[in-house]
Design a protein around this ligand. Structure first.
Ligand code: HMG
Ligand code: MG
Length: 297
């Protein structure tokens, strides 16, 4: 059965913009404020990563300090190590996101260590979080396939999920980083994970490279998953996954959910407008059929 309520985690300002070099701090602030005004509560606002690795996220502190989002907004940020976690804390971030992968090769390229080393590195991050009443979300990338290693087996994903939950993550986001998943692959993965792990600790994070993201989300909803990551206007791509296109568009997810009678409290019209503004700044059209349809009206 479908869940009655779905939590949307809007990752556009981070996952969506980490690959874009021409976005100003002001434009990021306008985007996040606009998303909040549209009713989006869970906003991934930036990444406290090395500016040598991802210079596009170097202004995350300025962005977060400059926001005037609604009081109910819940901001999160990527914190790959203690240095990042300390910087996030300093900006008042109440939710850290730690990230690793189910593929060794991707983990090396993305965060310059093995999966096992990444878990070690996260321990002090989680400790700091617990001292300050900060929640920790875990990301597992390459849950279906890896740009360097090919197919990834569900057992490998389960293994990393278990380790992240044991560390103290309240939720695990399953990333199909390169968007190669199909409904049958997603079902096979979730069949295993939902047998072994609590359903309410799992989220899905699909990229739409092969146009399967909405179909995959529908499959996940049917299996009871109720947390979905998405990016306004389908922004995105990963610097360590060549050819990976954007996240599934939040507008498309909201339209799907509304069609299923699942409420999200997000105003689709205002959400789309926030997307148009950032797309104009990027000088490209939204990668969302729903957004384009609304714009043509
Ligand atoms: P490293 O080079 O092994 O780390 O990078 P290091 O500790 O040797 O540090 C190197 C330099 O970076 C030092 O500076 C550090 O101070 C600095 P130097 O002494 O040379 O001047 N540094 C930092 N600066 C600011 N903030 C920090 C920080 N840490 C070190 N937190 C590291 C290791 C993890 C830092 C690096 O590999 C990194 O930053 N990686 C981030 C990669 C990234 O952001 N990828 C994209 C996000 S993941 C994603 O998109 C997937 C996801 O969406 C889910 C999905 O779709 O699958 C989440
Ligand atoms: Mg992603």
């Amino acid at each position: 059965a479908y869940p009655t309520q779905v939590k949307i985690v809007e990752v556009g300002a981070r996952d969506g913009l980490q690959n874009e070099s021409k976005v100003t701090t002001e434009q990021k602030i306008t985007l996040l404020n606009g998303l909040s005004e549209a009713g989006v509560i869970h906003l991934e606002a930036g990444a406290f990563v090395s500016p040598k690795w991802v210079p596009q996220m170097a202004d995350s502190a300025e962005v977060i300090k400059g926001l005037s989002v609604n009081q109910n907004a819940q901001l999160s940020a990527l914190t790959p190590n203690l240095k990042g976690a300390e910087a996030a804390l300093e900006c008042g971030i109440k939710e850290f996101a730690i990230f690793t992968a189910a593929s060794e090769a991707f983990t090396q390229k993305n965060i310059n260590c093995s999966i096992e080393e990444s878990i070690e590195r996260f321990k002090p991050v989680v400790e700091l979080a617990q001292q300050h009443n900060v929640k920790v979300r875990g990301y597992v990338s390459c849950v279906v396939g890896c740009p360097y290693q090919g197919d990834v087996q569900p057992e490998a994903v389960l293994d990393v999920c278990k380790q992240l939950l044991a560390l103290g993550c309240y939720e695990i986001s399953l990333g199909d980083t390169i968007g190669v998943g199909t409904p049958s692959k997603v079902k096979k993965l979730l069949d295993l994970l939902t047998k072994e792990l609590p359903l309410d600790k799992l989220a899905v994070h699909f990229h739409d490279t092969y146009g399967q993201a909405i179909a995959n989300i529908h499959t996940a909803l049917e299996m009871g998953i109720s947390t979905i990551d998405s990016a306004v206007a389908g922004l995105g791509g990963c610097p360590y996954a060549q050819g990976a296109s954007g996240n599934v568009a939040t507008e498309d997810v909201i339209y799907l959910l509304e069609g299923l009678g699942i409420s999200t409290q997000i105003d689709l019209e205002r959400l789309a407008k926030a997307g148009w503004a950032i797309c104009d700044a990027l000088n490209k059209p939204p990668a969302s059929k729903v957004s384009l349809a609304l714009r043509a009206k």
